[in-house]
Design a protein around this ligand. Structure first.
Ligand SMILES: Nc1ncnc2c1ncn2[C@@H]1O[C@H](COP(=O)(O)OP(=O)(O)OP(=O)(O)O)[C@@H](O)[C@H]1O
Ligand SMILES: [Mg+2]
Length: 272
């Protein structure tokens, strides 16, 4: 389809470009010749059924896995070809919130957040404390320093994971499934938080989600991954699409899709 909006990354500034990327694990194909772009400073959402390769796209952008072929440009640098030292400097621009949060279970909230700063900054303990509390406030949390991840609600885990992902002021924030397992109220709270962080900090966000309703509310740009390739556009572009695969994906009951993902026994085409 022909995206028409001015944020179209082909006309504007694409922060990240995937150009003809093919990926497989141990000879098993995940996708072939995937091409898509993510505009700078905007919220892009990668939508698609389970197993279509959404999380893999984030790992490819972060240079955590390498594609079989194709180019992945982050700010113009092809991460597939960079020597390790340069790859680290690209990774410095990236923040990642992994699917499930990936907090360290044995560390309390404070230490989970202080960890990346202790590893890589020259801040002293008092400065680290200030920085951790500033980030916690920015995700609406206070008085949670001593809590262990197991003592947090699902929505709090997401917020702490988000705070950790922005700890080092990334230019690009990649967020895997921020809404999974959340009730509708928590979903809207996280959604509002992501919007606020994007608008206040100007971070380029790449959010992976299968939550159609949230996506349509918050995305500036959508990359819908289908088994035969990606379709990209603004929410309006996709809603007006005549492509039956696109309309079927967007019009399926998102709650049913969520239920199918969370309960594989009840899965339909959403769990391939
Ligand atoms: N490290 C790995 N080794 C082998 N196979 C992998 C690896 N990572 C992902 N895969 C496979 O690649 C495919 C895509 O996985 P991926 O996690 O990217 O899907 P997804 O779209 O994020 O799915 P979900 O919505 O369920 O999170 C799956 O078939 C998965 O089993
Ligand atoms: Mg995934």
């Amino acid at each position: 389809m022909e995206p028409t909006d001015p944020i179209n990354p082909v006309n504007g500034a694409a922060h990240i470009v995937l150009d003809n990327v093919s990926m497989s694990f141990n000879g098993r194909r995940v996708f072939d010749s995937l091409s898509c772009e993510f505009p700078r400073g905007k919220i892009s959402v990668v939508l698609g059924g389970s197993g279509v390769g959404k999380s893999t796209v984030l790992r490819l952008i972060g240079g955590l896995v390498r594609p079989c072929s194709g180019r992945i440009l982050v700010d113009g640098d092809n991460v597939c070809e960079l020597p390790d030292r340069k790859l680290y400097s690209v990774r410095d621009k990236l923040g990642m919130m992994f699917q499930g949060g990936a907090l360290l279970d044995s560390l309390n909230v404070f230490d989970n957040l202080a960890f990346p700063l202790r590893e890589s900054s020259k801040l002293d303990e008092e400065e680290i404390r200030e920085e951790v509390h500033r980030r916690l406030r920015s995700v609406g949390l206070s008085d949670v320093d001593e809590l262990l991840p197991g003592e947090l609600s699902g929505g709090m885990v997401k917020r702490v994971a988000l705070a950790r992902a922005i700890m080092r002021s990334p230019e690009i924030l990649m967020i895997d499934e921020p809404f999974s397992g959340l009730d509708p109220v928590s979903t809207k709270m996280i959604e509002a938080l992501l919007l606020r962080l994007n608008r206040e900090l100007g971070i380029t966000m790449v959010v992976v989600s299968h939550h159609v309703r949230s996506t349509l509310r918050m995305a500036d740009w959508i990359v819908l991954m289908l088994p035969d390739g990606a379709v990209a556009g603004t929410p309006g572009d996709l809603l007006n699409s005549q492509d039956p695969c696109v309309t079927r994906f967007l019009n399926e009951d998102p709650d049913e899709a969520l239920a199918a993902l969370e309960n594989p026994d009840a899965a339909t085409e959403y769990s391939r």
